[in-house]
Design a protein around this ligand. Structure first.
Ligand SMILES: Nc1ncnc2c1ncn2[C@@H]1O[C@H](COP(=O)(O)OP(=O)(O)OP(=O)(O)O)[C@@H](O)[C@H]1O
Ligand SMILES: [Mg+2]
Length: 266
């Protein structure tokens, strides 16, 4: 008689979070946010699983940046719940700093520290927040700078680098904290056109390596190539969530059709 395999007993993964089952890393539940009288986030419900690449699109003022900023508590929320890897975002203090360190963020403007070298920009947080030894932090930083193709610039000051190079440093700096999820808020929109691709290439590579990513971007080529899911926001609400093919070929709402007709004709 054939021996029965105990396939139904799930194995404990060696590294937490490496199991293949869907593993929610970011969960927003009924999130509401006002700026004074302005209702900017309306009943936002969103789950991002480990390894998923989300691209958030929508008209200007629809709440995309605000939603990203609430995920690492650069903005507070009025009500609802935000969890990172199962833990509710704390209000403040060390616990918040720890949880925030798990979320890497890259903005439109590069915000590197102008008075520090490229290497120092990348080693600063691992040394200060993660208490990493300086030599280890420098080794990690050089490795990350090499991965984004700017290791030869390590001794320079930010102002000596091009916008595209600075943005790649900003990505390396965020990665140095070993975040569980990376947020990108229009990381290429302040760049000269010829530098957009060098940054998008790094993002595509990160996506292929399995990084969990939430990207606000107008780069529809990137969205088609790298996104697992497109989230369409308008007036503070998520109106659609679908695969890139579904979204671009068969948008469901009039708002999305209108948005697409505007961005795809230019
Ligand atoms: N700190 C703030 N105080 C008051 N109102 C704000 C603040 N930040 C954003 N808003 C308003 O909230 C709304 C949503 O802004 P948000 O920046 O999230 O939109 P967005 O979708 O990222 O737009 P864009 O595509 O232009 O970047 C807008 O009406 C904006 O003017
Ligand atoms: Mg924005």
């Amino acid at each position: 008689m054939e021996e029965k395999k105990e396939a139904s007993i799930p194995k404990t993964p060696l590294v937490p979070g490496t199991d293949t089952a869907a593993h929610p890393l970011v969960e927003l539940t009924h999130v509401e946010k006002h700026f004074g009288a302005l209702h900017v986030l309306k009943d936002i419900n969103l789950t991002v699983n480990k390894g998923e690449v989300l691209v958030v699109v929508g008209p200007s003022g629809s709440g995309k940046s605000t939603m990203c900023r609430t995920i690492n508590r650069l903005e507070t929320i009025d009500s609802g719940d935000i969890r990172i890897d199962g833990k509710t975002l704390p209000q403040e203090g060390r616990e918040l700093a720890n949880l925030r360190a798990e979320v890497g963020m890259v903005f439109q403007s590069f915000n590197l520290f102008a008075n520090k070298t490229i290497l120092e920009n990348v080693t600063l947080a691992p040394i200060k927040v993660r208490h990493m030894d300086k030599t280890d932090a420098e080794r990690l930083a050089m490795d990350l700078l090499a991965r984004v193709g700017v290791d030869s610039q390590a001794a320079k000051m930010p102002s000596q680098l091009s916008g595209g190079q600075q943005q790649r440093v900003a990505i390396a700096r965020a990665l140095a904290m070993k975040p569980k999820v990376m947020l990108f808020d229009e990381p290429t929109s302040a760049l000269d056109p010829e530098m957009v691709n060098e940054v998008l290439d790094v993002m595509v590579e990160l996506a292929h390596e399995g990084m969990t990513m939430i990207c606000v971007t107008h780069e529809m080529g990137f969205a088609r190539k790298a996104a697992d899911r497109i989230v369409f926001m308008a007036d503070g609400r998520i109106l659609e969530q679908s695969t890139p093919d579904e979204f671009f070929e068969h948008p469901k709402t009039e708002r999305a059709k209108d948005f697409l007709s505007k961005i795809l004709t230019h």
